[in-house]
Design a protein around this ligand. Sequence first.
Ligand SMILES: [Zn+2]
Length: 326
Amino acid sequence: MLNELIKKLSSESGLSESEIVSKIEEKRAELSDLISEEGAAYIVAKELGVAIIKQERLDIANIIPGMQNVDVIGKITRISPIREFSTEKAKGRVANVTIADTTSSVRISLWNDEINVIEGMEVGEVIRARGYVKEDNLGNPELRLGRYGSIAKSDEEITSVKEMRRKTDRCNINQLTEGGYKEIRAPLLQVFESNVFYEVCPECRTRIKLNESDEFVCADHGTVEPDYGLVLSGIADDGTESIRVVFFNENAEKLLGMTTKEVKKLFDRKKRLEAIISLVPLGKEFVFEGRARRNQLFDRLEFIVSNVKEVDVKQEIEIILNNFSE
Ligand SMILES: [Zn+2]
């Protein structure tokens, strides 16, 4: 499989096979060996402008954000309840399905009518999914169907599955390294007074920006009236070190104790960011689950929060006892 890819890349790009191999190795190193050689080969192909026409099935572990025409087979491990949302401008439904194969798991995010394709499907069933890959707020790949995607039951058997490791180990802020899910316990010392709203497509919630002709355009849904997402950032400090922490949407809502809609209303009334920022309980300890990532611009680590939890005293005692027995 990999050899075929290398041969194809070499013949279509005019580079020698060994040049292709070293490009693949470089790409893997660049991505800290997080993807397989095969996965790296697909990225190299894309960068060289070589279209890999034959639709090859991918192992889920090789899916990375930015890929188009992805074709995977996996066993359903989770189906979320359908969540309905409505804003002043749009309303819709969203549901997530997680599938896993022997290499990893991925979440498929389904919007509005796309949800119909999973009607009657259950956890444990094997499905084939085609679509494109986006990055979720935590930097994980997330499969989307879009216009050309599909989901269908598959006859293939998948005996053992591997779920993406989401174990959240507690650590101190000064022990955080890039990648991997961790949990820290710390108060927020400061919240930045930067814009807390960002524009999203009302259909698919993808972040959108104003184009040259002053329109908001979503790659999938064309020109749209934007809806709003919520983002807060600040500084958490647990006594070992401080770190910039970022909260999106439901996690920002948890900190503020308000829904995005309510926050927007408050802002439209008060016209001051301070009115929103001041809702965050500074100095109160929380447990934050998430992932540290390097901010390329400032070359520093930031912690992207995926869950805000209240400090649970019982659990804290267990953690202390466990540390003693190690
Ligand atoms: Zn959209």
